[in-house]
Design a protein around this ligand. Sequence first.
Ligand code: GLN
Length: 196
Amino acid sequence: MLTIGVLGLQGAIREHIRSIEACGATAKVIKWPEELNEIDGLILPGGESTTMRRLIDTYQFMKPLRDFVVSGKPLFGTCAGLIMLAKKVVGSSDSHLGVLDVTVERNSFGRQRESFEANLTVKGLEDPFTGVFIRAPHILEVGQNVEVLSEHNGKIVAAKQGNLLGCSFHPELTDDHRITKLFIEMVEKCKKEANV
Ligand code: GLN
């Protein structure tokens, strides 16, 4: 059985837990760094990246999270979680975890469109997925090892690099759990390979 954690400091935590459970995996809210040892993969939820970063520092999560990435276990960042993963954030000299080779721009769909839904074509999914965007970032640039999974109006909104997955929107806010499932499949594959 796989256990997927959701970083439980701030943001849409419960919604991800619900989506993980709907996919048949065990879900765990991660409140303390030691708990990272108990999970096979981790989701960084959407919320507010500045606040999330402050809490990551307060609860001394930065090094344990980086170690988690180095261990090869999969990580999935949604919205603010994507900003946490990105190597570069436009307008900021500092990144957060800085592990996913992308440049992101925060709040990048304009004021008029702070929140919206869009039908997205996502690599790996047969039918379109309804993306819920809330003051969402988008990916401006990707490094050469990054695979673009989805674009909306010419803006990259989902990408994957090895065991790191990131998207601009909130896949946990609909009853369509296919993107959570994609991540769980990454975790499953990683766990199998580690046991070989
Ligand atoms: N705008 C937020 C930020 O920059 C992200 C919004 C979200 O996660 N829904 O952190």
